[in-house]
Design a protein around this ligand. Sequence first.
Ligand code: V47
Ligand code: SF4
Length: 374
Amino acid sequence: MFEPRYYRNFGLEEIARKVCDRERLTIADGEKLFACPDLNAVGSLAHEVRKRLYGNQAYYVVNRHINYSNICVNGCRFCAFSKKKGDPLSFELSEEQILEKIGANGHDLTEIHVVGGCHPDLPLSFFEGLIGKIRELQPHAFIKAFTAVEVAHFAKKEGIAIAQVLARLKAAGVKMMPGGGAEIFSDRVRSLLCPEKLDARGWLDCIRQAHEMGIKTNATMLYGHIETRLERLEHLVALRELQDRTGGFVCFIPLSFQTANTPLGAMEPPTGVEDLKTIAISRLMLDNIPHIKAYWVMLSAKVAQVALYFGADDFDGTVVEEKIGHMAGAKSRQEMTRSEIEGIIRDGGFLPVERDSLFRKAGRDFLETVDSKV
Ligand code: V47
Ligand code: SF4
């Protein structure tokens, strides 16, 4: 690493120097990295940062996803999950059905990840009650629930401020928010693909408020559709700027676009090289977000394993039941066991470390240790 001659071949010597000296990369640096024809040159820089932070450890979580409903008032053109009320493919789980799913293997769960569409009717009190019941059933599980898009939808529906929704959900037992709904912040792309959805400013503002109330969140970026690489870089920089202010992001998840059953179904999905480059450049640009997730559901387990050499340090989790990617054609399985994940991580040459949602290991505050290194 940092063999200047190697990086000079690709015009990356100044970027390599910055990475070595822990200097922040600019959007122009990001463009150079995307333009580099040698995947390994980009990947090796990201791997160096990842090794500096976590050595050969790779994280995973024993979790379960719950999609309470796919009924959604929005119609994002990249989404095959959402359906209108009355559509034969729409579903809406009752509280009992949700608790039954969680009860089936709940004793073993570290994290419960709850998200759904922007439902036209369900009141905030339904979700408060649901979170309370999940908490009673699984008092030790970490409840990571509701994206900024859902939170803003609840606020609009109830006619109350976002801060009030966040305070009520926090009181009910939501400990953290997932990173979904960020898509790509570009107004150009959003006006074409998801004009009804909470806009970029609204997403960032809701997340800022959550962070200021002590609710940590993740962040995502949906890539590989109609966005440009520059728009991806601008998305990363917007997250980096918010993180400078709040420090509330725990993990960044690049989401590889699954095309099937969406109005963009004729598009080719991102290639493996594009996936790995995007993950690596995310690691390099996001110098203040501790973790980068290789989400095996969207990437496939094979690409996710390789991504651990391209800047990712987390493999995500057991998941159990996934609908958003699979309804859009994801070929990955529905579930992985703890031992399967550990096997994949070990086979990749890393040490598997089971974590909670904040990347803490049992008995010690892991995040604090990690935060101080970033
Ligand atoms: O919000 C929708 C995206 C997100 C498609 O925070 C699509 O720990 C790919 O946010 N192809 C849901 N992506 C997934 C998500 C997530 C997953 C795992 C962990 C965490 C976390 C968050 O998926 C949605 C949307 O941005 N999405 N359609 C699609 N066709
Ligand atoms: Fe609804 Fe989310 Fe799908 Fe958009 S991505 S249509 S907000 S479920």
